[in-house]
Design a protein around this ligand. Structure first.
Ligand code: FES
Ligand SMILES: [Fe+2]
Length: 438
């Protein structure tokens, strides 16, 4: 249970809030690189409650800036894209991707003051198929972090995004909550339905125990279940500051996957997911190779719209009860909802736009969630009150030892030892690159 005050700090991300200001110290994903065509009109972009526009000039450079024109604040969303910049439709002032004013055509030549006006522009970088922006307080942005999922070759990388209509933290917490996997997603699947791999333990034992730990990058847990022959089945998962998760659903040795839960505002989240095509497939099929009912469903999107919340909305939403099918619920799909993403959307959005955490009754299965909230609160408060830099901001390799997924280890081995040993044995596009550059 969290106090009302803690819940406010955890969930509010606007400028001047402890959590929002802490997040702004990091490079933040703004949008997919593919959303911005060279020379195309600007796109509305909502990031941590700030109303921005994003565009790409004809030379491929990206601009992210306040949507209000520095002249009299008309929205630059309506601007004319002229290749080398955007021209405000009100009085024709023109700005390039760096925020420089190029032209003031409504003023006589002797009254131009283009050198004295700049739009509120943010620094940007493109990495891993995304545009990243720095909205923080430093004159020089921090170094860009080495995140494993960003090191994938383009041809081996799947990046997707979708919007979730609720606060960022309750959305993220779904990814660090292992026990729901055996209910929400696989509740109607029986052990004898699936192949005899280690992942079957998710079905033979639906009530794991947990180890949790604070780390350099945030928090981690191992859910564990006793297995055959003196072995233990572990599922590890990570929380990385400020809002990255490495979900456990896969095989640790090659499980390069991440979720980035970017707050658009307090009640909407843009979720970016990264998958490595070379990873071992997770538990998704029955013995005969057919999909586990309800587990595989293409993500269907509503048409993209230009409004602040118009991008990457899914067709299955609260408005249509996520296309819940009661007959399916009584039959082979525990939730009655098709697709893992829609199932996750349904449970987290149905908590309300911002969940009231004073109503919760947390259990030992929620220890990772409790520890992560505590860590977030401490870091946000320390930044607000003492200016303490949040974890990893100045250390780009801060999450190099963060990996998620499942493995088996002897019960005689300590869980952290087992983690370390499996980490050393695992493969990674990031480590391959590091070795190549030595
Ligand atoms: S408000 Fe944009 S040019 Fe005047
Ligand atoms: Fe889930």
């Amino acid at each position: 249970m969290a106090s009302a005050n803690d819940n406010e700090i955890l969930t509010q991300v606007g400028k001047g809030t402890p959590m929002g200001d802490m997040m702004r110290e990091y490079w933040l994903p703004a949008c997919l690189s593919s959303e911005l065509e060279p020379g195309a009109p600007p796109m509305r972009l909502l990031l941590l409650g700030e109303k921005l526009i994003a565009f790409r000039d004809k030379d491929g450079r990206v601009g992210v800036m306040d949507h209000r024109c520095p002249h009299r604040c008309a929205s630059l969303f309506f601007a004319r894209a002229e290749g080398d910049g955007l021209r405000c439709i009100y009085h024709g002032w023109k700005f390039d991707v760096d925020g420089n004013c190029l032209d003031m055509p409504n003023l006589p030549d002797d009254q131009q003051f283009t050198d004295k006006v700049k739009s509120d522009v943010y620094r940007v970088k493109e990495r891993g198929g995304l545009v990243w922006a720095y909205l923080g307080s430093r004159a020089e942005p921090p170094p860009f972090p080495e995140i494993e999922s960003l090191a994938m070759e383009k041809s081996e990388r799947v990046v997707r995004c979708h919007q979730r209509e609720c606060n960022w933290l309750q959305a993220l917490e779904g990814d660090i909550d292992t026990s729901h996997f055996s209910f929400l997603h696989l509740g109607a699947t029986q052990p004898e339905d699936v192949a005899d791999t280690m992942h079957r333990y998710n079905l033979t034992d639906r009530a794991p125990r947990y180890h949790v730990k604070e780390t350099d990058w945030g928090t981690m847990y191992a859910a564990y279940r006793p297995a055959a022959d003196g072995q233990v089945y572990y599922r590890f998962s990570q929380f990385i500051f400020p809002f990255i998760t490495l979900p456990p659903d896969g095989t640790f040795a090659d499980h390069v996957q991440a979720g980035i839960w970017v707050p658009m505002d307090d009640t909407h989240t843009m979720v970016f997911t990264f998958f490595w095509t070379k990873r071992t497939p997770a538990l998704r099929t029955l013995k005969d190779g057919s999909p586990i009912p309800g587990s595989v469903s293409p993500m269907e999107y509503l048409p993209q719209e230009s409004g602040w919340h118009g991008r990457w909305r899914l067709k299955a939403s609260l408005a249509n009860d996520y296309q819940l099918d009661r007959a399916l619920q009584e039959g082979g799909v525990y939730s009655g909802i098709q697709g893992l993403v829609a199932q996750d959307q349904a449970v987290t959005e149905s908590m309300g736009e911002i969940v009231d955490r004073t109503r919760e009754h947390l259990a030992p299965s929620d220890r990772m969630i409790t520890m992560t909230r505590r860590r977030l609160l401490n870091v946000a408060r320390a930044f607000k009150e003492q200016g303490t830099a949040p974890p990893g901001v100045d250390r780009p390799d801060f999450c190099r030892d963060a990996r998620s997924g499942a493995f088996m280890a002897p019960e005689t081995q300590g869980w952290e030892d087992a983690y370390r040993e499996n980490l050393e044995r695992s493969v990674s596009p990031l480590w391959a690159k590091r070795e190549a550059s030595v």
